[in-house]
Design a protein around this ligand. Sequence first.
Ligand SMILES: [Zn+2]
Length: 720
Amino acid sequence: MESNKPNNENSQDQGQKTPNSSNTNTQSRERRPNPHRQNNTPNKQGQNSENRQNNQSNNANRKPNNNPNRKPNPNKDVNGNVHDKEVNGNKKPNNNQNRNNNNSQNRKPNPNAKPNNRPSNNKSGGNKGRGRKKNVTTVNDTMRASIEENARVKDATMNPWKQIDIASKGKIRFTPLGGLGEIGGNMAVLETETTAIIIDVGMSFPDETMHGVDILVPDFSYLHTLKDKKVFVIITHGHEDHIGAMPYLFKELKFPIYATPLALAMIENKFNEHGLKADTKYFNFVTIRKQYQLGDMKIEWMHNTHSIIDACSLAIETPAGTIIHTADFKIDHTPVDGYTMDLHRYAYYGSKGVLCLFSDSTNSHNPGYTKSETVVGKTFDTLFDLAKGRVIMSTFSSNVHRIFQAMERGVKHGRKICVIGRSMERNVETNRALGFVDIDDKHFIEVHEVPKYSENEILIVTTGSQGETMAALNRMATDEHRHIKLKPSDTVIISASAIPGNEGSVSKLMNLLVKAGVTVRYREFADIHVSGHAGQEEQKLILRLVQPKFFLPVHGEYNHIAKHAQTAISCGVDKRNILLMSDGDQVEITPKFIKKVKTVKSGKTYIDNQNNMTIENDVVLDRQKLAEDGIINVVAQIAQSNQKIVGKLVISTHGLVPDKEDKKFSKEIEVLIETMLLNMKPEALKDHRNVENEIRAVIRKHVVRTKKRYPLIIPTIFIV
Ligand SMILES: [Zn+2]
């Protein structure tokens, strides 16, 4: 592992090309998105040879970009659209009325033409009739040369990915195994010929059709195929949807894990729960701004801002080129701990040329910026001022900055802090141990001490903001909590928004709280919660800092990644260089192209949290069938001699017909079976399995016809 060059080396490199930053500003304002202009190539192969030419000419000859469409700004209108004719030369750089005359001469496009900055004192017609003489700008050769030079430098600073060695034979493969087509469950594999890194191992939540399933973990089948490579697990941050499946992975496969301290501490908590304590020997604590050589890849963790502490993006140097993976992020310029996102590193890698950017698409539909976490603190101030009795604050147990802000406000308002809820207690304890929550012990009390204080001296920080039935807040709301009974004087703050899929349970919780008579503070205060994910303007900033050749929007359902792709196109990424992927897709990326090469096995494994065990697929399918279509049990003895039912046929149904119709329905089934038996060939009756299949078929046909349902049909037959 070696230390990176300091940032300013980057600006030194760039210094030759970019005299000052205002150029870049001007440039980005004028160069409005025009995807057709970025890489005007007929196909990927052709594009690359041309890119190389552009690259060479930029670097070696230092001539203005020989792409006619990239000519300096005198050829562009205010929207940045390029015109073959110099129609808009009058707008800038010299606002010269005489231009109109020039333009009317209908010049032919000439990519090699100099900007139309002819000294204006040649002309006078444009000022006629104005009543007074106008000040006219004289553009002499020196000025024209300067304009051209600035335009050339601007061109040269765009698309630094053109520096990538197109002749390189390096290639990598990227395979998302979770997190695409869904929010959560993030896991992906990036591999070279000899090395594979597994980026995050997250869990997700089931939908309402997955009865009895508590969490979903990605299918690890593909990881078993990597055994000939050096494999490493790379963790970006400690959220459940990035580390939640780690214990399940380690029960199947074990690899060295690289992550920041908080993420590893949270994984350790999980390993302890799952009896994997010994596996902490696989832990490697990383330092940000350092490169780690893992196989033939070099990885740097870059500090970012998100709704958890110690979150990072990744810069990965591979044989094919540099990959930037933002992981989850937002760009918070005023974070609670003062440590802003390390945008310098993005700029550093961006200026060296980035082959491909993978970026968080969660909030890609949100225009503008996501607000800073600190705005929530101000809201807490207001809410604490308003609260007369106890304050009960609930948020995600991993959002330590949120929790810290509430605690800090609580202390300021003379309240003692009581932390309730297993995951909240554990996370607060871990973050205090690591020094991320700096609040003195004397401010904390145990739950049994709460009654010792007056109501306005209590702040309870608890779990359950998603309406989870087992969480502390829900148990308080249903009056099932052992220690905390809600009172009308209480203020309950829900500092969260419902994760997609949890809206119903959050609404249920609201109803319970309102019924209990407490003051509920939720969405009526706009800044009671802010997202941890970047809005469009932040996504654009990353796209512009990195300026990648290829772009893969990740983390989101299809509509999220599609929207992010549009944003990328508007920021100059060629739409042919963007792929919208699904879990299991494998793409190959080389300096020349990106293409899907195959699909590997992906999917979800169902987990029952009560025992941390896997639930087999067919069990979940049976449960779905039972819930949706009911069940029919048939037990019969059949005499082979006369092909008739012996004794009484037992038929029981559930979830199909109301009790009062049970008898009638059973009779129908009985008649069907009797008829079927009589029509069977005697030799077919010898095999009870055969008879069961026949019975199943005849009942299914009847039920589909009469009830339009597909119940689970279980015949048990004895041939006598
Ligand atoms: Zn996250």
